[in-house]
Design a protein around this ligand. Structure first.
Ligand SMILES: [Mg+2]
Length: 280
């Protein structure tokens, strides 16, 4: 299998192992887990997921935008590419959309229907292993909590942006002082959480890449949206449209042995194969 675009983009700014990619990444169990990424750690105690385009295959704000989608998507893309600051677009997007409560609640249902392949199973396996699993999102809290709920993650382990409505359900305002509604907010929230270390962050956007400074490894999930600028700054690039590689990446040697004897053995094997070769 030829090397796939995306699988070798790791750490262009800090990779100290040029040429390592020439070896067969599936030659042994050891290399099948870490591929040629040479991760310094044996598994992660905490795994934090972004929501939009990471746990779910849609962007909630786009869904919410309806007919105003072009105007809103243009602002979102500029923010996720890091071209303009998130705080500039956050209030503008909501003001343009002017959503009612029922519309926001409907996004929660749309999210759950659009869960990325293996999201449920991977989170279930991570929780079974006893890992700290959290969700951090610049999205609106009600729909992000709905996703977390179906994944078995309690609301206290979710960080997102609150939205306020009038008594009749019309939009009033959003949580303007939330760090997640501005650039640079994710590392702030991650640091405040005091996560068990080492910690892995999985996400697709520029705001996730910012979070890298507060964790031990940032995996760019490019299985839904491909953002070259984010992939270029990541420690690991996950290109396949499934979260199965996250289980392989997050598990220690001991945990891998437990998984191999569990109902998640096949999921782990699939994750391993994709971690080594995203086209597998
Ligand atoms: Mg995202």
């Amino acid at each position: 299998m030829s090397e796939t675009a995306g699988s070798r983009e790791r750490g262009t700014g800090n990779s100290g192992t040029p040429g390592a990619g020439q070896q067969s990444p599936v030659a042994s169990d050891q290399s099948s887990r870490t591929g040629d990424w040479r991760l310094a750690t044996d598994g992660f105690r905490s795994v934090v997921f972004d929501c939009d385009s990471t746990l779910v295959a849609i962007e909630g704000i786009d869904e919410l935008a309806g007919a105003k989608i072009e105007e809103v998507r243009r602002l979102t893309d500029l923010a996720m590419e890091g071209a303009i600051a998130l705080e500039e677009v956050y209030g503008r997007r909501l003001a343009i959309i002017d959503p009612v409560r029922a519309q926001v609640e409907a996004i929660g249902r749309a999210y759950v229907e659009a869960l990325v392949a293996d999201a449920r199973e991977v989170v279930a396996a991570l929780l079974w292993l006893g890992k700290e699993v959290r969700v951090i999102s610049g999205g609106l809290r009600p729909p992000v909590e709905a996703v977390a709920r179906v994944l078995g993650i309690e609301p206290g382990k979710v960080a997102a942006v609150d939205i306020m409505f009038e008594a009749d359900g019309r939009y009033r305002d959003f949580e303007r002082d939330s760090p997640l509604a501005r650039s640079g907010g994710k590392p702030e929230v991650l640091a405040r959480w005091e996560l068990p270390r080492p910690a892995l962050l999985v996400g697709d956007g520029a705001t996730d890449l910012e979070g890298r400074s507060a964790v031990d490894c940032f995996a760019a999930f490019m299985g839904v949206a491909h953002r070259p600028a984010v992939a270029a700054g990541a420690d690991v690039v996950l290109s396949a449209p499934t979260l199965a590689p996250v289980l392989a990446l997050a598990s220690s040697t001991d945990e891998r042995e437990r998984l191999a004897r569990s109902e998640w053995a096949a999921l782990l094997a699939r994750g391993d194969a994709l971690l080594s070769d995203p086209a597998a």
